[in-house]
Structure formats: C-alpha cells, structure tokens
Design a protein around this ligand. Structure first.
Ligand SMILES: [Zn+2]
Length: 240
C-alpha cells in the first residue's frame, strides 16, 4: 500500500490507466466518508446541545444523512456527466479529423512524441505504428489525455459517493444514540475525532502527502466544527 501512495503522487490526473483510476475511486470514497462524518456529527451534536430528546436527535441525524447522501450523489452525477460529455465531444471531433485529414493527424501525433523527447525518426515510426493499431486511442491518450477505456460512469460515481457518505454518517449517529444522555456529546466528540484521524491518514496515504499534517488539519477542523455547532445548539436550545 505504501507503494501505491508513492506512485499516486507521481501520476497525472486522467492519464494513469486502471490503477490510477482505482486510486481516484478510493480517494473519492475516503473524502465522501469524511464529509458524512463531519456533517452528521455537526448536526447531531448541535441538536444534542439544544435538547436531550433522543427522537429529535435521531430524526435530525437521519434527515442530515439522507439529504447529504442525495446531495453528494447529485453533485457527483452532474459533474461526472458534464466531464464525460465534453470528453465524448472531444473524441467525436478527433474521430472526424482522423477520417477527413489523416496525414495532418499523423504529423500532429509524431510532433507530440517529438515534444516528449523522441527523435523525429522514432516519433514518426511510433506515430505510424500506433495509428495502424488504434489511431483514435493514440490521439485520445497523447493529445487529449483521455483514457478511452476508462470514461467514468456518472451513475457509478453518484452511487459510490452516496454510499461512502452514508458509511461515514452512520458513525456519529450511532455514537450519539448509544451512550446515556450525559455521555452523548463527549463520546461522539472523541469517536468522530478518532474516525477523522483515520480518514485523514488514509487520504494522505492515497494522495502521497505527509500524514501528520493531514491528520492534524482534519482533526482540528472537525473539533472546531463540532464545538461551533454544539455552542449554537446550546444557545438556540436555551433561547427557544
Ligand atoms: Zn489528433
């Protein structure tokens, strides 16, 4: 796994192939879980600051979980669909250009390989051979940075982010409902900070970043967020 983290740092977005795309999925999953933990913890701790009624805390937590999962899924669906549409449009245009002006396209491809450090003769030969093998793929990968076999499915992206958000959201929900009343907030606070340390560490590993700093950032951010929602909940609870 530490190998994976090292390589992730070097990989270019969109050009990495299957391994990098799996890493991107993992990273998105960890981020989704992180969002689920933070936003649900804020909601349940805020409501727990205002009332000790279990039903109210549970209702708010579940509503937050569902709303968050739906909004994550929708956002992901829209953004991946948009990206996919533009990639498909670029591929269509490339296919048309390959049909109407194959010579210019071959020269263009050879030029790109030259830019990458090949000698003109080698670049020409590589371009000729790859054009014979799969011209569209060669242009998509070299010119557009698109992997034609790994266009992300927007439904998969939507589903994955909803699921990862839900998994994250369940933790603060359980942590606030299980303990006796006076222990609810401290137990949730500690459980959430531990979970955030884990997701922070995972996402740092997957992204090839320094772990200590990533953990500190997410834990401090989560602690501040929970303190603020608890304070607001307490204020609202005594005022209303
Ligand atoms: Zn081209």
């Amino acid at each position: 796994m530490s190998d994976a983290a090292d390589h992730a740092g070097e990989a270019h977005p969109n050009t990495g192939g299957e391994f990098a795309s799996r890493l991107n999925w993992l990273r998105a999953g960890v981020l989704g879980a992180n969002d689920g933990i933070v936003s649900t913890a804020g909601i349940v701790i805020g409501v727990a600051g205002a009332t000790s009624a279990r039903t109210a805390i549970f209702t708010a937590g579940i509503a937050g979980l569902v709303a968050g999962a739906v909004s994550m899924a929708l956002g992901e669906y829209v953004s991946v669909s948009t990206q996919r549409d533009s990639e498909k449009a670029m591929l269509r245009r490339e296919r048309r250009e390959l049909e109407t002006m194959p010579d210019a396209e071959l020269a263009e491809l050879a030029g790109l390989y030259e830019q990458r450090g090949l000698t003109p003769a080698t670049a020409r030969q590589v371009a000729v051979e790859l054009t014979a093998h799969d011209a569209l793929r060669a242009h998509a990968e070299t010119e557009l940075g698109i992997n034609t076999e790994a266009l992300t499915n927007p439904w998969h992206a939507a589903y994955a982010s909803a699921v990862s958000f839900t998994i994250g959201a369940i933790l603060p929900l359980v942590a606030i409902l299980l303990p006796p009343t006076s222990w609810r907030v401290p137990v949730t606070f500690v459980a959430v900070l531990i979970a955030l340390a884990i997701t922070g560490s995972l996402s740092a590993r997957l992204g090839g970043a320094r772990r200590g700093r990533a953990i500190l950032r997410v834990v401090v951010g989560g602690a501040i967020g929970m303190a603020i929602t608890y304070a607001i909940g307490t204020l609202v609870g005594t005022a209303v």
